[in-house]
Design a protein. Structure first.
Length: 67
């Protein structure tokens, strides 16, 4: 999914949905790091992608909190 589409999709969601998506992304990041440590991870670029998605979610959450 393109970045702009992903951010637009995030902005449409409620704060509770964003919080749930944030926890899911953090769990996924933990699992990816664990797989990387045990040399089971094939696509290491996925770690960077998930980290950036977490930052995007947190940015949208903070913008909604300020509004």
């Amino acid at each position: 999914m393109k970045t702009n589409q992903y951010v637009a999709e995030l902005q449409k969601k409620t704060a509770q949905d964003l919080a749930k998506e944030l926890t899911d992304a953090k769990k996924e990041l933990f699992n990816l790091r664990f797989q990387n440590a045990t040399n089971q991870l094939d696509n290491t670029a996925r770690i960077k992608e998930v980290r950036k998605n977490i930052a995007r979610i947190e940015t949208v959450l903070s913008a909604k909190a300020k509004a």
